[in-house]
Design a binder for this molecule. Sequence first.
Ligand code: FES
Length: 107
Amino acid sequence: MPQIFVTQQDGQTLTLDVAAGARLMEALRDGGTTVEGTCGGACSCGSCHVYVDAQWLSKLDAAADDESEMIEAIGDVVEVRPSSRLACQIHMSDALDGLSLTIAEAI
Ligand code: FES
């Protein structure tokens, strides 16, 4: 099963097994991280905001307009970076085995 490497805001690191096809947000939410996934993955809360390590960005599908708009909106209250993504919009695949990310500060 593919694995991801997660760094939390407090510096704690976790390795999570994530089934191919699963939403990354659900794996983070259920895996003991601070991700809440408040909107259930509807791309409307920003609570699954993560910073994807640079070497993985090009392996992800580009953000859709609604994801980009949500990231822009949360930029009023949290730091948004070029590597910002919403984990609910990322679906795990074998090609993402080893994905590394940092969870952004909570909204
Ligand atoms: S879970 Fe709400 S935007 Fe991702």
